[in-house]
Design a binder for this molecule. Structure first.
Ligand code: FES
Length: 102
């Protein structure tokens, strides 16, 4: 499908997350120390929207039952039960524009 413009860099400062919809996919875009990452916004436990959770470094905590995910890899970091990793999307930056590949 190719890359889709997700946001401008100044819309997503370091340490923040942003919800974007990319070709019908719910995507969590994160800026971790100036680098951009994109994973599925939908928690693999029970479907919460992860962008409503709390980001700390590379870790986002789900707002519903507190699963902790690594936004740079999609891997589960902490939860009582094992969950599948989040889908990871490739991100590219071109000038002031942040793109997500789907
Ligand atoms: S929905 Fe995310 S931890 Fe339950």
């Amino acid at each position: 499908m190719g890359r889709v413009l997700a946001c401008r860099r100044d819309e997503l400062p370091s340490g923040r997350v942003k919800y974007v919809q990319v070709n019908g996919n719910d995507v969590l875009l994160a800026n971790v120390d100036g680098k951009y990452y994109a994973v599925s916004d939908i928690c693999n436990h029970a479907g919460a929207n992860l962008h409503e959770g709390r980001i700390s470094g590379r870790h986002i905590t789900c707002p519903w039952h507190r699963a902790v995910w690594d936004v740079t890899t999609g891997e589960l970091v902490q939860f009582p039960v094992k969950l599948k990793p989040l889908k990871v999307y490739k991100v590219s930056v071109d000038g002031d524009a942040v793109y997500v590949e789907v």
